[in-house]
Each structure stands twice: as C-alpha cells, then as structure tokens.
Design a protein around this ligand. Sequence first.
Ligand SMILES: C[C@](O)(CO)[C@H](O)COP(=O)(O)OP(=O)(O)OC[C@H]1O[C@@H](n2ccc(N)nc2=O)[C@H](O)[C@@H]1O
Ligand SMILES: Nc1ncnc2c1ncn2[C@@H]1O[C@H](COP(=O)(O)OP(=O)(O)OP(=O)(O)O)[C@@H](O)[C@H]1O
Length: 303
Amino acid sequence: MRIWKEQGKIKVAAPAKINLFLEILGKRPDGYHEIETVMQEVSLFDYIFLENHEKGIEFSCSNPRLTTGEDNLVLKAVRLLQKESGISRGVKIYLDKKIPIGAGLGGGSSDAVATLVGLNNLWQLGYDEKKLISLAGKLGSDTPFFVIGNTAICKGRGEIIIPYPLHVKYNYVIIYPKFEISTTTVYENFKINLTKNLKDVNFFLQTLLLGNPEKLGAYLHNRLEEVVFRLYPGLEKIKKTLAEIDFCGTLLSGSGSALYGLCKGGCDQKEIEQTIKMLNIGDVFVVTSDFDDTVKEREGGRL
Ligand SMILES: C[C@](O)(CO)[C@H](O)COP(=O)(O)OP(=O)(O)OC[C@H]1O[C@@H](n2ccc(N)nc2=O)[C@H](O)[C@@H]1O
Ligand SMILES: Nc1ncnc2c1ncn2[C@@H]1O[C@H](COP(=O)(O)OP(=O)(O)OP(=O)(O)O)[C@@H](O)[C@H]1O
C-alpha cells in the first residue's frame, strides 16, 4: 500500500492484482476451494481519501454504479475496525474508483485493505502487518495479499500469504471486456477433477525469478479458465485474439472477466495498447509489476 498526506487528507493508493498462476487442489469442508496462486500487484490503482469527520461515517465513490452501502468492502473495513478498536469517531471517505469491477483484479479486496491501512494511520491504532493480515482475512480470501502486496504465493483459500519478492520487472497489458463476473458463480461451477494433472507452482516460481518473459509466458496458468470459458465462451475468443498479438503469453486473471498479455522485453506497450483499442474488445490498461521510483513518487511513499 502506498499512503501519504494530501491537502490534510490521508490518501492511499490501492493497487490491482493479477494472478500469474492459479491451481485448485480440492474442495474444503468449509465450502471454499484449496488454492495455490501467485499474485502480482500491478500499477493500476484505486485511490481512497480519508479525513476525520464529526458527523459519523460519510462515504462516496466516483463510480455511480458501485454501491456505497454497507455491502461496499470499504464500509465493511470501517465497521470491522470500529468493532475491533472500539473507536466510534466519524470519518469521511472518498473512493476514486479506477480498477474495473468484477474483473478478477481484486479491486474490492484492495480497497478494503487500503481502508484498513488508512484508518490504522488516521486513528493511530498502531496495528502491525500481522494484525492487519488477520483483520483483512475477515473481509475476503484475496484481501490479506494486499497487506503485503508486491508478489506473493497465496494458499489455503487465499489467506495464507508467502511473500516472494522479485528483483525483476515484467510488463503487462490488461483487457477488461466491460462485464462483471461473480467469483462465487465461477467457483460454484468448477468441477473438481482430482485426476487432472495439477501444475507445480515451484517450477513456475523458479522461472518467474529469471526475469525472462519469453521463458515465463508458456508457464502462465489459471485453472479457472476452463470453467469461465465454458460459462462465457466469448472470453475464450478474446484470449485467442490476444494470442495473435506479440505477447509472450496471455491469461485470465482470477475469476475474470479481465485477461492480460505478458509483454516481451523492450516491447512498445503503447503500440500494443493502440492495436488492442482498435479491436474494440474492451478497456485497455498498460501496467507494470515494478512500481519504479517515478510511479512511487507519483503514488506517494509510506507515511
Ligand atoms: C479467484 C480469486 O480472485 C483468485 O485470486 C480468489 O480466489 C477469489 O477471492 P475473493 O474474491 O476474495 O473471494 P471471496 O470474496 O473470499 O469468496 C467469494 C466466493 O468465492 C468462492 N471461493 C473463494 C475463494 C476460494 N479459495 N474458494 C472459493 O470457493 C466461495 O464461494 C466464496 O463465497
Ligand atoms: N470497493 C469495491 N470495489 C469493487 N467492488 C466492490 C467494492 N465493494 C464491494 N464490491 C463488490 O464486490 C464484488 C467483486 O468486486 P471486485 O471488483 O473486487 O471483483 P474482482 O476483481 O473479481 O475480485 P477478485 O479478483 O477478488 O475476485 C462486486 O460484485 C462488487 O459489487
């Protein structure tokens, strides 16, 4: 999370994530699926602005299509912290929504963690990373990852985080076909086939460390693709169209609907962006895995 003060308000940048690898190991007694996934933060952000407010909780959002009721993950995070800390002080929150909704990019989960981090600072709670991870785990399966961010292996239902710091940079182009997919629906329709040859995350991780996209492309893996493409055949067509573009590999992120292409070293991302925009298959986002200094400066450092 990148957090800083701007005009007396606390501003938190909430990054999106993509899944570079996702394997489903089985179904758990609690109804969730046991997964092994490699998540990567990318430079596409929502922004959360927080300031003290004497009149209770005031929440607004730049995207009118997104609920600002109690079912918004930002408010779920506020309620959780109020209960946990016993603080009933008011707060005014504005969500500048840029991450596509229901896209498999973790936007809601990232906003929830950005709210936890922002309030931890505003209310001077002094919660450490371990505490924030535990709180985030109460808000969803993808949420704990965003406390650590960068690159991480996530296990369990996704709440067990193993940081996997990379010192190499990869560039991606994300395509959002402008429709939401329910994560619940996807998992409910997934058919556990235990005979299927499960992919080995360790081999993927060794390749990831090399920093060679030409090598990594063939090892991108998302076990949810088969069920998502069965439910939404149009997405498989988009993936095939993207495969004709000069990427090292293309993959669905999470439960979709967003797909992404892994760019070759030294490729012209802006040119690729223009090419895809002409295909008119969705919104296009050019992103990177390494928020270099300019991005950090633009997004702010830690308070
Ligand atoms: C698809 C991924 O985005 C990959 O990163 C995540 O696994 C989903 O994470 P998430 O959106 O935070 O998921 P949650 O909001 O916790 O769960 C939504 C629904 O997805 C299903 N679910 C989620 C995670 C998981 N490991 N197994 C599941 O079966 C459950 O039906 C759950 O009710
Ligand atoms: N702050 C929020 N931002 C986005 N979606 C939110 C938010 N709060 C609640 N939601 C709801 O959560 C659902 C999933 O939103 P989100 O954008 O996180 O999906 P996603 O990117 O597919 O997430 P994941 O990759 O974790 O499955 C949507 O139905 C949306 O209405």
